[in-house]
Design a protein around this ligand. Structure first.
Ligand SMILES: [Zn+2]
Length: 140
């Protein structure tokens, strides 16, 4: 993956994070999802007073893409930190549910970028973060 694309995704994830609705946890997350079409979909975590109804940033971005007919995912960048934090001090990894959700739309594999800044990031393949994922192949 080209460095410019990685940087663009991280910047978009930071921008998405500013929209986070997290009055309960106070932990703001932003995600930027690149699809095969070349479009970038932003998502933020959207919490709910009924906690189980909360949607993570990653699935927010994924739902936006799929609902627009973009169903082949290439990469996603994720940034998370307390809402009031001036800087991101840790990597925010996707939760188990989001790893499973993203795997549904991986034609090959998905690049997962977790970042503290443009320069301070780690890059994985989803298959490494979710080995032996349950998929439609599992039901054959
Ligand atoms: Zn999640």
């Amino acid at each position: 993956m080209k460095e410019a694309v990685v940087s663009e995704l991280i910047l978009n994830a930071f921008e998405a994070r500013t929209k986070s609705y997290c009055p309960y946890s106070g932990f703001a997350v932003g995600a930027a999802l690149l699809t095969e079409s070349g479009k970038i979909y932003r998502g933020c975590n959207v919490e709910n007073s009924s906690y189980g109804a909360t949607i993570c940033a990653e699935r927010c971005a994924a739902l936006k893409a799929v609902s627009e007919g973009d169903t082949v995912f290439k990469a996603i960048a994720i940034v998370g930190a307390p809402k009031k934090a001036k800087e991101v001090k840790d990597y925010a990894y996707p939760c188990g549910m989001c790893r499973q959700f993203l795997s549904e739309f991986a034609s090959d594999d998905i690049t997962v970028i977790v970042a503290k800044s443009i320069d301070d990031r780690k890059i994985y393949k989803l298959s490494k973060l979710l080995p032996e994922a349950f998929s439609s192949d599992s039901m054959k």
